[in-house]
Design a protein around this ligand. Structure first.
Ligand SMILES: [Zn+2]
Length: 290
């Protein structure tokens, strides 16, 4: 069964919906890491604190007709806001084009929105909020098997596969982070924030030995759990490979641009790009290519 929709209406609806969700994601990206409500208060200008009126809050268009400035104080509005709106709009359109009028389009759009938020928050703060990674995992374990069941697969099989994907995704990333930490210690590598100033490296009897790593964080491990629940065990292996390739490119470019190799950067943007690539490609494409 598919969702009833007039032919030709799907892509425009996905675009408009994506632009609106992108506008909401701007609020999420800004407020969730500060542990503020995403509902209250309504958006206001960071320059003059004036509340932003509904007609000045239309995705992309408002930015264009206000020429990127606040109506009250003329403070410049970051180009990032319309960019996130456009990105989300285009992602939703692409997903709708790829998966058609099915429940998969709704689920993957929701999933992509979570990835955009996680990527940008990780980029800004080098953290991935649990509300997105673990919240997304809980939602995925509910809706992904339900959609498989709706399209005729045994619900339990689909649930086992989603849970397996979460375990494989988290497990592989945890193993990489853990081994990286241990090898770094053996080789005497130094990190700015690991351990903290004047702190000792954790011992195997301490939880931190197993859960606290330089570079890759537990946030990435949890995020890969959520992704694994959505794309399944094989898909999440593809995702990790694709993300690593993207991460090398992004990290290298960033390091060259800043002129500083080895400075910390969030891995979630690379994971998000890798995951979207995997959504659009046949299963195990990377494993087959390599
Ligand atoms: Zn203002």
């Amino acid at each position: 069964m598919t969702i009833e929709i007039a032919p030709g209406a799907l892509l425009p609806i996905a675009l408009i919906f994506g632009l609106l969700i992108g506008s909401f994601l701007n609020v999420v990206i800004h407020r969730v890491p500060l542990e503020q409500s995403v509902v209250f208060p309504a958006s206001h200008c960071p320059g003059c604190d004036a509340p932003i009126k509904a007609w000045d809050n239309i995705p992309i268009l408002s930015y264009l007709w206000l020429r990127g400035r606040c109506r009250g104080c003329e403070a410049a509005i970051s180009l990032r806001y319309p960019a996130i709106e456009l990105l989300t709009g285009l992602l939703f359109t692409a997903i709708a084009w790829r998966f058609g009028p099915t429940w998969w389009t709704s689920a993957y759009c929701l999933f992509a929105a979570g990835l955009v938020a996680a990527a940008m928050i990780d980029h800004d703060h080098q953290i991935i909020p649990d509300s997105i990674s673990l919240g997304g995992l809980a939602v995925a374990l509910l809706i992904i098997p339900a959609i498989h069941a709706h399209y005729g697969e045994a619900w339990l099989d689909a649930l086992v596969r989603a849970s397996g994907g979460a375990l494989v995704g988290s497990g592989v990333l945890w193993l990489v982070a853990f081994l990286h930490a241990r090898v770094s210690v053996l080789m005497g590598r130094q990190f700015e924030h690991w351990p903290g100033e004047g702190e000792e490296l954790p011992k195997p009897t301490e939880a931190d030995y197993w859960l606290w790593f330089p570079g890759l964080g537990l946030g990435d491990v949890k995020l890969l759990g959520m992704i694994g629940a959505v794309v399944g065990p094989a898909g999440v292996l593809d995702t990790i490979l694709a993300s690593s390739v993207v991460g090398l490119i992004l990290g290298g470019t960033q390091a060259l641009a800043r002129g500083a190799l080895g400075r910390p950067f969030g891995f979630a943007p690379a994971i998000a790009v890798g995951t979207v690539a995997v959504l659009f490609l046949p299963p195990l494409w990377l494993l087959r290519v390599l």
